[in-house]
Design a protein around this ligand. Sequence first.
Ligand code: B12
Length: 217
Amino acid sequence: MPAENADSRAETLLLELDRLIRERDRVGAIAAAHAAVTSGSLTIPQLYALVLVPLMRLTGARWQAGDEEVWEEHFTTAVVRTIVESLYAEVAARTAAPLGKTIVLAAPAEEYHDLGLRMIADRFELAGYTVHFLGAALPQDELVSAARELTADAVVLSASTHFHRVRLREYVDALHAALPDCDVWVGGPAFSHGHSGWSEAEVPDIAVLLGDLEAGA
Ligand code: B12
């Protein structure tokens, strides 16, 4: 399948998923996303970056404009989460050779946006990292404990709101103090307009981090 057509295939699927979700056809939406991956039309990273992330942003924009109700946004979120979780067997089957690096991913205390981080978890796994995804709203002490127990080389955190980004600075400083040999990487929508107050190493670009590692995914 030529890579140059991935954008147009992704756009077609995005429109299809949006239509199916508006028709409340959950089963059809999940099947369409699976078919794109199993047929080789899109890789899993392409499905996430070019279809599912834009779909979630579209839902958010409609809600903000008053064109969608909160329950409809939750419906879309639930369908997208099911797509991601149900693709896990495909992720496991396509994982690159192990890199010998372990990461732990979590959303910090009080941060409930974890779907983006869940997608990132699969992308790291496809690239050969050993991945432990701990989900939303994890207290700092629990993350320290997990990183030690799981011998993490890096902890990956996500923040979606400005409020959580401010709180995250303190959280990350405490992690650096407790886990001096462990990298701490942060990202997410709260960092989309810059990262003043944060070092380059703390806010890596996922494309640079994974680079060619996920090319074969
Ligand atoms: C779904 C959703 C929710 C769901 C979350 C479900 C879940 N479990 O994730 C629920 C209903 C819980 C929710 C709650 C709230 N939400 Co909300 N939500 C959204 C929505 C519609 C989609 C989020 C999403 O899934 N995006 C898709 C994912 C896949 O993308 P992503 O998170 O950006 O992640 C990608 C990248 O950023 C990156 N990435 C993410 N993390 C990391 C980390 C690293 C290290 C790296 C390298 C990269 C990286 O990779 C990901 C994949 O490519 C957005 C709208 C939008 N524009 O995004 C609003 C949005 C994020 N929410 C918002 C708000 C305000 C809230 C609430 C405060 C609403 C309220 N009044 O209650 C609460 C906060 C709850 C809390 N305490 O956390 C605002 C944030 C505004 C701001 N900048 O402050 C948004 C932008 C909506 C809006 N336009 O106002 N929300």
